[in-house]
Design a protein around this ligand. Sequence first.
Ligand SMILES: [Zn+2]
Length: 203
Amino acid sequence: MSDLVLHEHVFGPRGERVLVRRSARRRRTVSITRRDGDLVIAIPAAFSAREEKQWVTKMVDQLVAKEARRAPARRSDASLRQMAREVSEAYLGGRAHPTSVTWSTRQNQRWGSCTPSDGTIRLSHQLQGMPDYVVRSVMMHELVHLLVPGHGPEFKALMARYPQAEKAQGFLDGVSWAKHLPPEGEDVIGQDEAGELPLQRAR
Ligand SMILES: [Zn+2]
């Protein structure tokens, strides 16, 4: 048997109602879910009013933190241009000068691409919520392509100047793996998109 208690005094991260469901089957576990615009928290029926209050606060706080991690502040095109300047200065002696750096929602099969003939760089919108060192690594990859086509020794030597390149690639490989993407073939090197970084590392 379980009863549902409405707590008017508690609000979720976006002002939602918080409903507390006491469950006789629950012994030690608590849970929180979003349902029809409300937050539903399930707790053991045996919890005291004090325990309930503590756990409701704790669960709501955890949800807020979790959702904030998943939706970090959106980075703008302007911040991307600034990042390109900083990365070029720090690791390439300022030699890479992209003519434009933009986010692209059309890049679902690759993290970034560049067109050396006109100096444009595009990064996939899928990178927007990722850690800074990961976004910078993809930026570095595309900036290096403005100087060096392909992924030969010269490319690798320049890329190695970015200290977190390996770590970033590991992060991206993990994301690709989690998305269950089909294995992609080679990193296509064409005239128009000489610098694409596919979602999965070229093998
Ligand atoms: Zn590449």
